[in-house]
Design a protein around this ligand. Sequence first.
Ligand SMILES: [Zn+2]
Length: 235
Amino acid sequence: MTTLTQRFPRQEGDGISHQQWEVDLAAAHRVGRWSGRTPHRLTREVTEMAEHFPRWILTVGAGRQRVTCSACGGMLVFDRGLRCVACQRPYKPRKLPAQTSLAWFGLLPPVGIDGLTRLRQGLIAAPPAQHLVGRRDGIGHYLLVPLLAHCAQGFPASPVRVVYLPAFFKIRGMPADKPAHAYHMLGDGTMCLFAEGQWRRNMTCREVLQQRAYPHVIKLLNYADGKRDAFAIVS
Ligand SMILES: [Zn+2]
């Protein structure tokens, strides 16, 4: 079977060290209850993510949230079964909520913010919780946006569901987190990424993040910046 490695940064004294593990694909397939008897599709998804989004972590989510360690609140990862990345305690799959889905968690590539005339200063002064602002020659100030991408039970029968963290909606000027056609949201932090019937079973999480979720973030930031036609422009 394919082996794929994931890494998680942890603070150690003054420095950062990395914890590393091989993704337990069989355990993830059991927990995620995807269609198919073997983790064939999951292997493909994990391989693509490893190539294009190498820092994203395969975890478990329910609704808008990640499911976390009941002992320390740490992130759950597929390391020799399901396990807390912080305290290393195994997590019993039968304790998971009924609607648990496999989910990817990570930061999108940088989004330039110097063109956001209304939002720029506020973002630089106080980035939303769990979001990062930096500066680099070439793109200027940028924002790193964390997202959770869920693949529900039975995947790929239903589309990848991509969700913003609540703090994103605390950005000044951001519209309400509710279903809205004008800015393509389904409510509860969920992006509206597919028109009825548009989802195809062979679309992968990597594709959805690159081709739909990343442009959604750029458009929503522009919308919040006052460009009310942001979602009308074909990307
Ligand atoms: Zn823990």
